[in-house]
Ligand binder design. Structure first.
Ligand code: DGT
Ligand code: CA
Length: 576
C-alpha cells in the first residue's frame, strides 16, 4: 500500500528536518502524519480518487499536497531537495542509541561524519574528542549503541520473521503443486532473533514452485535459483531460503532443517550408537550389509525410529537439548489455547490506539475470559499516564462494560511506574483499588545492578503488585537488558507472591527463554502478556507462548492460564 511508503518518507523527512534544526512543530507534524498514515485503514489511493484526503486525521494542507505529489509523480520533490542538503545516511546515525538528531548534526558539521562506519572509526580513534558535550562516557555509549544496532541488523526479531514467512507461505500454499509447506530453522524453534528464514515445501514439481518463489513481488534480488534450493533477499533485507523435497523425505528434511545444528549433531551421535544414520533424506539402519531406510515421512516417525520421544521444535537447542539428552521427561508444554486472559494491555486512556471496548471485543474474539486494561501511570508522561482523577472515570467505564457482559470480565488494571527508589507512582490507597497491578521500570536504566535490583525487589514486596512487567528492560536491537540480579529478584517474587512477566511484544520478549527457565527453577510463577497498544498487537501473545515453551513452562507455571474465578483467587491471595 502507498500509505506505508508515504509514511516512511514523512518519517524520514521529519528526522532530516530535525537534524537541520527545524522548529519542533513542523518536525512533529511530519512524525504525526507518518504515524497516522501508518495506522490508516483506508488506502490513500482510494481516498484521493474519492477526493477524501481531508479525512485523514492530523494532516494539514501542505502535507496533503505532498501526498498528492507522491501519488502523481512517484516522489516528493521537497524530500528530494532535503536529501541534497542533508545526506540520507545520517538517518542511520540518528537511530543509534545515545546519538539522536543533535549529535548527528554536530558530527556532520564538525567532523564530516556521514554514516555509521565513519562514526565508528572516529569514535574508536579518538576523533570525537573535544566536541562540545561529548565526554569519554558518551563515546563509549555510542560505540556500544553501534554494536547493538549492527547486531540487530544481522538478526531480525521474531515478529518481523513471522510476518515475512507468513507472506511467502500465503502466496506459495495456493499453488496446486505445493502439497505441504512448513517453516523450519530458528523461526520454527521460535528463537528470539532470527538470521534468515527457512521454508520447506513438499512437492514433486519443484521447478514451478521455485520459479514462482523467486518471482514473488517482495523479492528484491535472487541469491540462488535451483531445483532443490533457492534463496532470495526481500525488499526489507530479509533472506528467505526455500527447499523443495519429495513427500517421503519431508519429515527427515523438516527435522534436519529445523536444527539446531547442535541438536542435529546429538541426533547423529544417538543414531550411531544404535547402528543407525540420520540425514535430511531419512533415518537409515546400517546394521546389515546394506543400508536400509527405516523412517523419513514424518518427524514423529523419525524420532520414534531413534527411540526418542517427540521433541517440540522449541526445545531443540541449548537448555532443551541438554535436558532431553540427559533423560529428562518432556512435560506437556504450555500452548496458545491455554491462555485464558491477560493483564497487560493499553487503551486510549494512555498510549493505546484502541478504546477499552475495542480491546475487550478483541479479547473476547480470542476466546479469553478476562482482560485487565493496564494503562500507564502519570510519571510516564510521554505515554499519557492516567491521573488519579481520570482513574475514577476509567473505572466507571469498565464497570459499565462489565454490566453488559455476563461471560467476560474487564479488570481495572494499571502499569504503574517504579521510580528510582523503588516506590510506586500511585499511593497505596489508589493501588489497592485496582483489580490487577502491573509494575514496571521505564527509566533510570543506567543505575547499577544493586540499585536496579533493589527497586524491583521493593516493587515485588508491595502488597498490591501482582506482576513485574518486562523484568530486564531489554529492547532488541536498541537496548541491552539492564543489569539485574535475577536470582535475588526471583527470590523476592516467590516470597512476595508476585509473578514475573513474559512480555510477548516482539522487540521485548522479556523475560527471555533462558531467564524464564532459570526463574521457573526458582519457583517463580509467570504471566504471559502481549503488552498490546492496539487490537492487532494482541496476536503477539503467540510469541510469548513460544518463548515459554522454550523455557519448558507448563500451564501450571503461568497464572493467566487459570479460568477467571481461579485467577481472581490467585491474585487476591496476595492482598490478604
Ligand atoms: P539462524 O542463524 O537464525 O538462521 O539459525 P538457523 O538454525 O535457522 O540456521 P540456518 O538457517 O543456518 O540453518 C537451518 C537449519 O539447517 C539449522 O538449524 C540446522 C540445519 N543445518 C544447516 N547447516 C547445517 C550443517 O552444516 N550441519 C547440520 N548438522 N545442520 C545444518
Ligand atoms: Ca535460518
Amino acid at each position: 500500500m502507498k500509505n506505508k511508503e508515504i509514511a516512511r518518507i514523512f518519517e524520514r523527512m521529519g528526522t532530516l528536518l530535525e537534524i537541520q534544526g527545524e522548529n519542533v512543530f513542523k518536525v512533529r507534524a511530519y512524525f504525526k502524519a507518518a504515524e497516522n498514515l501508518q495506522h490508516l485503514a483506508e488506502d490513500v489511493v482510494q481516498l484521493r480518487q474519492e477526493a477524501r484526503l481531508e479525512e485523514i486525521p492530523g494532516i494539514g494542507k501542505a502535507l496533503r499536497e505532498k501526498i498528492t505529489e507522491y501519488l502523481d509523480l512517484g516522489k516528493i520533490p521537497a524530500y528530494e531537495e532535503l536529501i541534497k542538503e542533508v545526506p540520507e545516511s545520517l538517518l542511520d546515525i540518528v537511530h543509534i542509541p545515545s546519538v539522536g538528531p543533535k549529535k548527528a548534526k554536530l558530527f556532520y558539521d564538525e567532523r564530516k561524519i556521514k554514516n555509521i562506519e565513519e562514526l565508528k572509526k572516529q569514535a574508536e580513534e579518538g576523533g570525537l574528542a573535544g566536541l562540545p558535550g561529548i565526554k569519554e562516557k558518551t563515546i563509549a555509549n555510542i560505540l556500544n549503541g553501534i554494536r547493538i544496532v549492527q547486531a540487530g541488523q544481522e538478526r531480525m526479531n521474531l515478529g518481523t520473521a513471522i510476518r515475512t514467512a507468513e507472506e511467502f507461505i500465503a502466496q506459495l500454499e495456493v499453488l496446486k503443486e505445493v502439497k505441504r509447506i512448513e517453516v523450519a530453522g530458528s523461526l520454527r524453534r521460535a528463537k528470539e532473533t532470527i538470521r534468515d528464514i527457512d521454508i520447506l515445501v513438499d512437492s514433486s514439481a519443484s521447478k514451478k514452485v521455485m520459479d514462482t518463489f523467486v518471482n514473488l513481488p517482495q523479492v528484491k534480488s535472487i541469491n540462488g535459483h535451483g531445483e532443490s534450493k533457492s534463496s532470495v533477499m526481500t525488499k526489507e533485507h530479509v533472506q528467505v531460503d526455500l527447499r523443495v523435497v519429495e513427500p517421503d523425505q519431508f519429515g527427515a528434511a523438516l527435522l534436519y532443517f529445523t536444527g539446531s545444528k547442535n541438536f542435529n549433531v546429538k541426533l547423529r551421535q544417538i543414531a550411531m550408537k544404535q547402528q543407525m544414520k540420520v540425514n535430511e533424506y531419512g533415518i537409515f539402519s546400517t546394521k546389515g550389509t546394506e543400508e536400509q531406510r527405516v523412517a523419513g515421512k514424518t518427524e514423529a516417525e523419525c524420532f520414534s525410529a531413534l527411540g526418542l520421544p517427540y521433541v517440540p521444535p522449541e526445545l531443540r537447542e541449548d537448555i532443551g537439548e541438554e535436558r532431553i539428552f540427559s533423560g529428562k521427561k518432556i512435560p506437556r508444554l504450555i500452548e496458545l489455547k491455554d491462555i485464558k486472559g491477560e493483564v497487560h494491555v493499553h487503551s486510549t486512556w494512555s498510549d493505546g490506539r484502541n478504546s477499552i471496548q475495542e480491546m475487550v471485543e478483541a479479547a473476547r474474539q480470542r476466546g479469553y475470559e478476562y482482560l485487565a486494561i493496564s494503562d500507564h501511570s502519570p510519571r510516564l508522561r510521554v505515554a499519557g499516564g492516567v491521573s488519579p482523577e481520570n482513574l475514577l472515570k476509567k473505572k466507571k467505564e469498565i464497570e459499565a462494560l462489565n454490566e453488559k457482559h455476563q461471560d467476560f470480565r474487564v479488570l481495572f488494571g494499571t502499569e504503574v511506574e517504579i521510580d528510582a527508589d523503588g516506590n510506586l507512582d500511585y499511593n497505596d490507597k489508589i493501588l489497592s483499588d485496582f483489580d490487577v497491578v502491573v509494575a514496571a521500570i521505564h527509566s533510570g536504566f543506567e543505575q547499577g545492578r544493586e540499585q536496579l535490583t533493589r527497586r524491583l525487589i521493593k516493587a515485588c514486596q508491595h502488597k498490591s503488585v501482582n506482576v513485574i512487567a518486562h523484568p530486564t528492560g531489554v529492547h532488541l536491537g536498541k537496548r541491552e537488558p539492564y543489569d539485574v540480579d535475577l536470582k535475588q529478584l526471583c527470590q523476592a517474587a516467590v516470597d512476595g507472591g508476585t509473578a514475573l512477566e513474559i512480555n510477548s511484544f516482539p522487540v521485548r520478549l522479556d523475560l527471555n527463554s533462558d531467564n524464564a527457565y532459570f526463574a521457573r527453577e526458582q519457583g517463580v510463577k509467570f504471566m504471559i502478556n502481549s503488552d498490546a497498544h492496539q487490537v492487532a498487537h494482541m496476536a503477539y501473545i503467540k510469541f510469548g507462548v513460544a518463548l515459554a515453551r522454550r523455557a519448558w513452562l507448563t500451564k501450571d507455571d503461568v497464572l493467566n492460564t487459570l479460568p477467571l474465578k481461579d485467577f481472581l483467587k490467585a491474585i487476591k491471595r496476595k492482598k490478604g
